[in-house]
Design a protein around this ligand. Structure first.
Ligand code: ADP
Ligand code: MG
Length: 391
């Protein structure tokens, strides 16, 4: 997706005010009635309607007239809210080139004032499996109207919390810098995903290191669940960094052993194919093997601290409820959305209109004020710089 941050320069305070109003309305509405946007934004003299037009022009909003006149945020609109907030916080000053496209994320370089380059991951849950989001409607019923916003935000929050916790336990992960909405800012990893590596000086050592990480994670109560050559980065000095944590689970998860074995199997498979490594289990019985080299670690033999995860998450402010919501969705995906056909056309999208709108309006107004205060707390409006290298 194209992320043209130039647009940020042309957006005024009122533009952001209205954009934020739509975001708030989306807590209760899939499509936020124009009139409600106007009431939340509270601009004088019908100013909201002019601003809405402008936001539509830049594709930050989607206009929907199918059931009533209303708006919802686009991913781009949500991106801009997060970017604006982080820029105003002084986390970075400019957005650069895109460096990765994940299944459900976009990764960009961002630059700090002193020229340091960081990585920005924008989560896009539901991009490839919106049907899966729909199939989780039952579970997320009262918040279905903003499921992709909500889930993407949770994914970012979880990733950020885990990255921090893992770093504190000396795991090789990017440094977690900040997080807002569906956006995580982390240090830029030098090197490339293992999948791009054709040869290694010493595959055995790297293999052992990687398996060691999976085992140590389990000792700390965690399973990565997507531990493969796409999510392991390696640099020219053959230093390893693991990335991509939204799907991690606790060793106390009911399918923990299966996920653990699957992570291990991915590594075995990759090293066997790519680096022609052979393992004890590949040799036939006749071969005498003295040492128990390269045999698979057994999930049951690992001494696991299953509570470590909960403690870390509690400390990060990522609640059990949020954890459950996200896990329900991600596990649906991990099981290949096998139930996603069930409610194919259940079109209950606009059923979530809140009854107590006035009550919410006050809450939304105060949130809007908080947001504005936060955005202007460092005095001057931060400018987003252009990417000079953009072609
Ligand atoms: P997804 O969850 O969508 O798979 P990832 O976190 O795995 O997203 O990131 C996708 C790609 O972006 C990675 O394979 C990697 O090439 C790149 N990438 C992600 N994070 C970083 C980082 N901190 N530094 C450098 N490149 C990164
Ligand atoms: Mg990945």
């Amino acid at each position: 997706m194209k992320l043209d941050v130039n647009v940020l320069r042309y957006l005024s305070k009122d533009d952001f005010r209205v954009l934020t109003a739509v975001e708030m309305g989306m807590r209760n509405h899939e499509i936020v009635p124009s009139e409600l946007v106007d009431r939340i934004a509270g601009l004088k003299h019908g100013g909201t309607y002019k601003v809405l037009k402008n936001l539509l022009k830049y594709k930050l909003l989607h206009h929907d007239r199918s059931k009533y006149d209303g708006f919802r945020l686009t991913y781009l609109g949500y991106d801009f809210l997060a970017i604006k907030t982080l820029v105003n916080r002084g986390v970075f000053t400019g957005v650069g080139r895109q460096i990765g496209v994940g299944k459900e994320s976009d990764i960009f370089e961002v630059a700090q004032e002193d020229g340091t380059i960081l990585a920005m991951k924008l989560h896009r849950l539901g991009r490839t499996s919106f049907r899966a989001v729909k199939s989780k409607r039952d579970y997320l019923r009262h918040r279905s109207s903003f499921s992709w916003l909500y889930l993407s935000r949770l994914a970012a929050l979880k990733e950020f919390a885990f990255m921090k916790a893992l770093e504190e336990h000396d795991f090789p992960v990017p440094k977690a810098i900040d997080c807002n909405r569906h956006c995580v800012i982390m240090s830029l990893v030098q090197g490339y995903p293992m999948v791009q590596v054709k040869q290694l000086q010493n595959p055995e050592t790297i293999f052992e290191k990687i398996i060691g990480i999976v085992v140590r994670l389990a000792e700390h109560g965690l399973i990565h669940c997507d531990f493969n050559e796409f999510n392991i980065m390696i640099d020219d000095e053959e230093k390893i960094t693991m990335i991509d944590f939204p799907q991690m689970v606790s060793v106390s998860h009911q399918n923990a052993q299966m996920y653990f074995d699957r992570d291990i199997e991915c590594i075995f498979k990759f090293f066997r194919k790519r680096f022609n490594m052979s393992f004890q289990e590949d040799r036939d019985d006749e071969t005498e093997v003295e040492v128990d080299e390269n045999s698979r670690p057994s999930f049951f033999d690992i001494t696991k601290d299953a509570n470590a995860l909960d403690r870390e998450l509690e400390a990060s402010g990522f609640t059990k409820k949020e954890q459950n919501d996200l896990d329900k969705f991600i596990e649906g995906g991990m099981e290949k959305n096998k139930d996603s056909d069930e409610d194919e056309e259940s079109d209950d999208e606009e059923e979530t209109v809140e009854s107590n709108e006035e009550g919410n309006l006050n809450e939304m107004r105060s949130l809007q004020l908080q947001e504005e205060e936060q955005n202007s707390s460092n005095g001057v409006e931060a400018e987003v710089e252009l990417d000079d290298n953009k072609k």
